[in-house]
Design a protein around this ligand. Structure first.
Ligand code: ZN
Length: 327
């Protein structure tokens, strides 16, 4: 039978207290720096998620620290409260931007809930002013389909639905608006028709003199005019103006004609996360001003070129857009 001698027992006890000491040290370290915080996404769509995080860690203030994951539980490391900004913005396909602000980071273990709302449906009325009706109805529906594809791929979280198409080709006033410019906006709304509380799209002949042109007539709007031979991707561009977005043409280091908000293109397909934040959060975006589609959610008037703790940099990309990498 084995028995500890007095000296062995002393060494054994000493080893135990040493282990206890290091255990305590580890625990106090974890308490000091937090034990791995989570962002808990809910009502997700089964697609990859991207998260932009503001807070503070051992390196200092974090602004839009980026995480990409397929998991609904995003391990964000050890985040503590910052004196400047504490929030989480999340993006995923088929869901509108989700934001939790402020995010209550503590020195302990945090689980910050970030619930996605369901995809936003926006009813749209399309007026075919210049016929033939059948041809132009198909053109309009193709443009809607292209818009849906871009928004689904680029995580807008919005679908134009339901779509009402009105045959206004027989309206006696129709020809007054075939050659459209924005001085005729009130006239076309009053004489052809307008359904309030939604975006109204008018397919005319020319817009600003071109059959391939469109106009939203203002930034943050419920209006779109489309020329008779417009490309299918132009509607997503004009809706972008309705959502408060401006052109990005002169930001040539970070954008090109593949971006939805380029003014002259037929290859529009991408939206940056900076653009998504503005489309959802600008008070004059039709999502807020026309549809009230984000009840109780915060709005922010972020100019295109303002990048700070409240306004995501317009060129911020969680995912690459063609030749422009994630940044
Ligand atoms: Zn434009």
């Amino acid at each position: 039978m084995y028995e500890l001698s007095i000296s062995n027992r002393y060494l054994y006890t000493k080893a135990l207290s040493k282990a206890a000491f290091f255990l305590m040290l580890a625990l106090s370290f974890l308490t000091l720096y937090g034990c791995g915080d989570d962002v808990d996404l809910s009502n997700t769509s089964g697609n990859e998620h991207g998260v932009l995080l503001d807070g503070e860690d051992s390196t200092g203030q974090l602004n839009d620290k980026t995480f990409v994951t397929a998991s609904d539980t995003v391990d964000v490391g050890n985040i503590d409260t910052s004196a400047i900004s504490n929030e989480v913005i999340a993006f995923t396909n088929l869901r509108p931007l989700a934001i939790t602000t402020p995010a209550a980071w503590t020195s302990g273990s945090d689980n910050i809930p970030v619930p996605f709302a369901n995809e936003i449906n926006i009813p749209v009325t399309i007026w075919i002013v210049r016929g033939p009706f059948g041809t132009q109805q198909l053109r309009a529906l193709d443009a809607v389909t292209t818009t849906v594809g871009i928004w689904d791929d680029e995580r807008m979280g919005v679908t134009p639905s339901p779509i009402q198409i009105v045959d206004a080709t027989g309206d006696p006033d129709a020809s007054n608006f075939f050659a459209f410019d924005c001085s005729l906006q009130n006239g076309i709304e009053n004489n052809i028709g307008k359904t309030n509380g939604r975006i109204n799209v008018y397919y005319v002949d020319t817009v600003d003199g071109g059959t391939g042109r469109g106009q939203a007539c203002s930034i943050g709007s419920d209006f779109v005019a489309m020329g008779r031979f417009t490309g299918n991707e132009l509607l997503s561009h004009e809706f972008g103006h309705d959502f408060g977005l401006t052109h990005i043409d002169n930001l040539i280091a970070n954008f090109n004609q593949t971006n939805v908000m380029h003014s002259a293109s037929n290859t529009r397909q991408y939206l940056s996360e900076g653009q998504l934040q503005r489309a959802h959060m600008k008070p004059n975006s039709a999502l807020n001003a026309v549809y009230s589609a984000r009840p109780g959610e915060p709005t922010r008037n972020c100019p295109r070129d303002t990048a700070n703790d409240e306004c995501v940099d317009i060129k911020k990309r969680i995912w690459s857009d063609g030749t422009f990498p994630a940044n």
